[in-house]
Design a protein around this ligand. Structure first.
Ligand SMILES: *Cc1c(COP(=O)(O)O)cnc(C)c1O
Length: 362
């Protein structure tokens, strides 16, 4: 006999992070985790290093300076910003606070993997609504709402599909939800997108009583190692997060580096220019090889492979790894015929396309 966790926990298929290593390859190109192609801002690295002199001190528990910087940058109320140890922690905290046994947590079929994991960890039931053409389907999501639904997670744009919903579609989704359902709009890739048919969810997070927007420093800011994310929503949600989070949930180095990263607008702009240049390049190259490059609004592309023997995503992955190119397998997302490739730095992109050319010709 031994203690057993509560129902749901052992149903969790643990999150499988992107690989960062390929045995035997001379040079390794990591394109598996959507990490910022240009790395962290030198200002952020300096701020991180400066914290080394004060490691015996607890962090400032309220992340007050960082929240103030975020609020200034985006024109928000600092009291409604809550920082987390990555947006992953905020997904966990929201799920734990708003859903439990007997409740349902809703998301779209190929949505971000942390949503079902968090639901099960909280004892709630994960519910996946079907997508249309690898895109969240507003009607299917609304059809899946029951009186047990407590949270609807929408990644916009979505990882791994790269698809996004327009502000009008998000507004229609929100309008169709009961006021008691919390709509969490996860905009991890928002900084990469500048187009008239996209808005990260700030408008609703500012005005609605049941909408929270999540953001992260892990992607365009290149601070994935430090784990910093933030939430913006109504006062009552910020209050709840303030009660359930750990008192020092964002460490001191992370707070300092994130504030410095936010202030380095040049670095962010360079990262955006890099993505604007290489995302379409990668899509074109993949298409020219006969592969399906699904349209993406992020810093990654979901790539469909043929079902033909020897040309499958699984075979491509093995071939790429042998060439030191590490991408992400998608079987865990219900997309076994696909790989997800990050728009990484130029040498990685060139190595990936060259290897895929060899693979498809072979
Ligand atoms: C990468 C990613 C996150 C996780 O971000 P962290 O802040 O590193 O935890 C959250 N949501 C989506 C959709 C992501 O792709």
């Amino acid at each position: 006999m031994y203690p057993s966790p509560r129902p749901g926990v052992l149903d969790i298929a643990p999150y499988v992070p992107g690989e960062h290593d390929a045995e035997g390859a001379a040079e390794i190109h990591v394109m598996s985790a959507n990490e910022g192609a240009l790395g962290a801002s030198p200002e952020a690295i300096a701020a991180y290093e400066a914290v080394g002199k004060h490691l015996h001190r607890y962090p400032e528990g309220g992340a007050t300076d960082l929240r103030a910087a975020i609020a200034r940058h985006h024109g928000l109320e600092a009291g409604r910003v809550v920082c987390g140890s990555g947006s992953d922690e905020l997904i966990r905290l929201l799920t734990g606070a708003y859903a439990g046994p007997g409740d349902e947590v809703l998301f779209s079929r190929h949505g971000f993997a942390m949503y079902p994991i968090s639901a099960l960890a909280s004892g709630a039931k994960p519910v996946a609504a079907p997508e249309t053409d690898l895109r969240a389907d507003v009607d299917a999501l609304l059809d899946a709402v029951t009186e047990k639904t407590k949270i609807l997670f929408l990644a916009n744009p979505n990882n791994p599909t790269g698809s996004h919903l327009s502000p009008a579609e998000v507004a229609r989704l929100h309008a169709g939800l009961p006021e008691t359902v919390l709509l969490v709009i996860d905009a991890a890739y928002a900084e990469y997108i500048e187009r008239p048919d996209y808005e990260p969810g700030l408008d609703l997070a500012r005005s609605a009583a049941n909408v929270v927007m999540l953001r992260t420093f892990s992607k365009i800011h290149g601070l994935a190692a430090l784990r910093v994310g933030w939430a913006y929503g109504p006062d009552h949600v910020a209050d709840v997060l303030g009660r359930v989070r750990g008192p020092f949930n964002v460490n001191a180095a992370a707070q300092a580096a994130a504030a410095a990263a936010l202030a380095d607008a040049d670095h962010v702009a360079k990262a955006k220019v890099h993505n604007d240049r290489w995302l379409p390049w990668l899509a074109d190259e993949l298409t020219a090889l006969g592969l399906t490059a699904h349209p993406s609004a992020g810093n990654f592309i979901l790539v469909g492979f043929p079902e033909t023997d020897g040309k499958t995503a699984e075979a491509a992955d093995a071939f790429l790894v042998s060439r030191g190119v590490i991408t992400r397998r998608m079987a865990g997302y219900g997309l076994p015929q696909c790989l997800r490739i990050t728009v990484a730095e130029e040498p990685a992109l060139k190595a990936c396309v060259a290897a895929l050319g060899e693979f498809m010709a072979g």
